[in-house]
Design a protein around this ligand. Structure first.
Ligand code: SAM
Length: 281
């Protein structure tokens, strides 16, 4: 059937009102373009939309899921990060824009033209590693994750972005599968502490895998494992770049110092929270 676009959109937006959805208009456009298999621009430009009964059913199901608190990225199974599109699923963290601070940090530390090797620990969807490889055209990248399912998603994303010749993925427990040394080691490890876990937004607690969030009683378990090993697996002069929680700057800085790292620097995300810490070997 042919629908007049604005009244169709407004009907869905009003179905979403009353729930705590921040931007129902945007979510509506994303959901419709996903159901119709078209670009969002088409929804913006066209005055009328041709939608089959099957697509209407799909749209209704998606809207229902959204109203029940499922993030729109989970519904459509993808997320934009560093202007690239990444498939996500129940095995992967939904990449956060704040994590782009790690990419900015590395771009400030290492010239784009360098032929570097990069190790991304806890690669998830591969968003950090593949974004870096899209910037460092000469680099080779290695992504590791404990979840086989996450590694399958990262490989899918590498293929879609045409990066499989430079992106290599492994299943492993932090450094267990790693034998060589790297110029850059980057990681966004699970770092949520026990006390804070139950205070996470329901969208996060319910839909992101717990294994990608929980960092032990004080949130620092994974830094304690990663930092001393990274010291051995970085070449001299290489960089370790870590995402951190807003209150973890001092503790992670101490762990870096006690492992012998140098030139430790912290960086804020766009909301002004400490988000990233870099250290030189
Ligand atoms: C916070 S998520 C980060 C995912 C992705 N890098 C991102 O920034 O969106 C942490 C990742 O670490 C992985 N992970 C947790 N424990 C691990 C371990 N012991 N060894 C390797 N990876 C692990 C999780 O499966 C998850 O994919």
């Amino acid at each position: 059937m042919i629908y007049e676009k604005n009244s169709f959109l407004n009907k869905i937006i009003s179905d979403m009102s009353g729930s705590s959805i921040e931007n129902p208009r945007l979510d509506t456009k994303i959901i419709i373009s996903h159901a119709l298999g078209c670009q969002i621009d088409k929804i913006l430009l066209d005055t009328h939309l041709e939608i089959s009964d099957k697509q209407i059913n799909e749209i209704n199901k998606y809207v229902n899921r959204r109203v029940n608190g499922e993030p729109v990225s989970r519904i459509i199974g993808k997320r934009e990060f560093w202007d690239l599109e990444f498939k996500i699923n129940e095995a992967t963290l939904d990449p956060r824009h704040d994590t782009e601070t790690l990419i900015d940090t590395i771009l400030n530390l290492v010239d784009r033209k360098e032929k570097i090797s990069i190790l991304d620990l806890g690669t998830g969807s591969g968003c950090i590693l593949l974004s870096l490889l899209s910037e460092y055209k000469q680099a080779d990248g290695f992504g590791l994750d404990i979840s086989f399912e996450a590694i399958s998603v990262a490989f899918f994303n590498a293929k879609k972005l045409g990066l499989t010749h430079r992106a290599h993925f492994f299943v492993g427990d932090w450094f267990s599968a790693i034998t060589s040394q790297f110029d850059v080691i980057v990681s966004n490890p699970p770092y949520i502490e026990s006390n804070y876990f139950n205070k996470l937004q329901p969208e996060v607690r319910k839909y992101d895998p717990k294994e990608s969030l929980y960092g032990g009683i004080d949130g620092l378990d994974n830094y304690r494992m990663i930092i001393p090993m990274a010291k051995k697996k970085l070449i001299k002069g290489g960089y370790l770049v870590l995402e951190i929680g807003f209150n973890q700057k001092n503790s992670v800085q101490e762990l870096l110092l006690s492992s012998g790292f140098d030139k430790i620097t912290c960086y804020n995300d766009l909301s002004g929270n400490f988000r990233c810490i870099s250290a030189s070997n």
